[in-house]
Design a protein around this ligand. Structure first.
Ligand SMILES: *Cc1c(COP(=O)(O)O)cnc(C)c1O
Length: 500
């Protein structure tokens, strides 16, 4: 073989692996990285929840040249520790209550490392990692009261899981599989979800070629749950106008307020009308692990399909979404292809059909199932259920505190773990009050004490605290409320036009 002109120290091995002594150096570096990350996790509380990326750091990334020559692992890790680690979004921190983010666990982190070490591709073929994912899917189905024989796969998140479910539902129509070849052929499929449905369901209609207009948004009642009589009327009106209703989506834990749609009634209507019943249970479905909430979520067991996230309330590190489809034949019929370069064999590496690539849009897929398995086996579903209870208790405690504070008002009932409130005002115009609360949330986020987020309820901007992190305790929500009240007082002192 011809020698390259590269010096020995530039390219110490013929592969990208180290050789000889290099392995020992790598081991030492790896242990150092692991130690630092474990230290970092053990001391989360000592640091701000979130802080903005400093201008110099941002510039470092924006100006960095693409590396042509080899650099050291140690230098890379120093750059990570200096420029990335302190400036993440903060969802590991107990003071993080923004949006609906899981907190992750050290166990999940270690499992991620093992998965990367194995570098498995779970698109298909015959290997143990595929069996692990099948096991996790079987557990997920069982957990949710769906049959063990249900089909499913792990995906990036509930956005993808909802998308897959919408596609499966449309192809489960009479002659639906033919639409894979011919397109819609003028069929006017319509689906139904409450106005509070997550935006990814509308996106699924968009991506699926159905068009977002085909997703009818059903008004909600005073408890922010789908209004059932209106749903019935909307379906009837669409049928009368020549549309083809095919799907109704119930949400278990809406993103704004944590409300649970009347899943039982939705299931009954879906059955009577011959519609596919899908549940978006992104975070809320896992509340079924809690004895307290299981009854309210029992109807998930009747769903034709379910989307939920292990990366939210099960605390699995990002990303780990899951879609479950009751009928495995319909699931595969919606996605399977036959391609000569992916032929399935009766034995050898290419055995093991059906493959996960038959169940969704991805071919190459990572070993997400390992961190899910690690999380479930180390913590167990009972402990994860208690964690759900704990989050909901903290949310209830927060709601009670809000109701005690004269300066605050609760803006929605607390069903699960989400509390919507705002600084109260009398005689202030709506826009000024909305702005006041929006600016206040940014102040609190920048203080590093807590990260709540905002949403709109009935058109009004509210402060939203979602308690998803297993590390969040009562003292954390007290600190958040204190920061909100102090921030409001400070804004008043500064002469900002104030409510109250
Ligand atoms: C988070 C969420 C989604 C989207 O899930 P991703 O994992 O972020 O893709 C969908 N629906 C609801 C109710 C959610 O809370």
């Amino acid at each position: 073989m011809e020698q390259t002109c590269m010096a020995e120290h530039d390219f110490p091995s013929e592969s990208l692996d180290p050789s000889g002594e290099g392995w020992e150096q790598l081991r030492a570096e790896g242990h150092r990285m692991l130690d630092e990350m474990i230290d970092n996790l053990a001391t989360l509380r000592e640091r701000p929840v979130w802080q903005p990326v400093p201008a110099e750091v941002r510039e470092t990334f924006r100006r960095a040249a693409m590396p042509e020559e080899s650099g050291g692992l140690r230098d890379f890790f120093s750059a990570f520790s200096r420029d990335v680690l302190p400036y993440s979004v903060g969802n590991r921190h107990p003071g993080f209550m923004g949006w609906v983010h899981g907190g992750g666990t050290p166990v999940g982190m270690l499992a991620e490392m093992l998965a990367a070490g194995l570098n498995a591709n779970l698109g298909g073929r015959d290997h143990a990692p595929v069996e692990v994912e099948r096991m996790v899917i079987r557990w997920a189905a069982t957990m949710m009261g769906m049959p063990e024989t249900a089909s499913g796969l792990l995906v990036t998140g509930s956005s993808m899981a909802n998308f897959i479910a919408v596609i499966v539902a449309s192809r489960a129509r009479p002659d639906g599989v033919a639409m894979r070849t011919t397109g819609l052929q003028g069929r006017k499929l319509t689906g139904y979800a409450a106005q509070t449905v997550h935006g990814c369901v509308s996106r699924a209609f968009d991506l699926g070629g159905l068009g977002t207009d085909a997703l009818r948004l059903v008004p909600v009642d005073a408890a922010f749950r789908m209004d059932m009589p209106v749903l019935r009327r909307m379906i009837a009106a669409d049928r009368a106008a020549g549309f083809e209703p095919f799907l109704v989506v119930g949400t278990a834990g809406t993103v704004d307020t944590g409300a649970i749609d009347p899943l039982d009634e939705i299931a009954a209507i879906a059955e009577a009308e011959g519609l596919w019943f899908h549940v978006d249970g992104a975070f809320g479905a896992l509340a079924t692990l809690s004895e307290r909430f299981r009854p309210a979520l029992a109807a998930i067991g009747k769903a034709d399909s379910l989307a939920f996230d292990f990366h939210k309330w099960a605390q699995v590190p990002y990303d780990a979404g899951c879609v479950i489809v009751r009928d495995p034949v319909r699931h595969a019929a919606a996605f399977a292809q036959t391609l000569s370069y992916l032929s399935r064999e009766d034995r050898g590496t290419a055995a093991g059909a059906p493959w996960f690539c038959d169940l969704g849009p991805d071919l190459s897929r990572g070993f997400r199932a390992l961190k899910v398995w690690a999380t479930l086996s180390v913590y167990g579903t009972r402990r994860l259920g208690l964690m759900v209870d704990q989050c909901c208790d903290v949310a209830r405690y927060l709601a009670a505190r809000v109701e005690r504070e004269a300066g605050l008002e609760l803006m929605a009932p607390v069903t699960l773990n989400i509390v919507c409130f705002r600084v109260r005002a009398t005689g202030e115009d709506d826009v000024a009050l909305d702005n006041f609360n929006a600016e206040l949330v940014k102040d609190v986020q920048e203080s590093g004490i807590a990260v709540p987020s905002t949403t709109r309820i009935g058109g009004r901007l509210v402060i939203r605290a979602a308690i998803v992190n297993h590390r969040t305790v009562r003292a954390d929500v007290d600190r958040m409320v204190d920061a909100v009240l102090e921030g409001a007082a400070r804004r008043r002192d500064c002469g900002v036009r104030v409510p109250g």
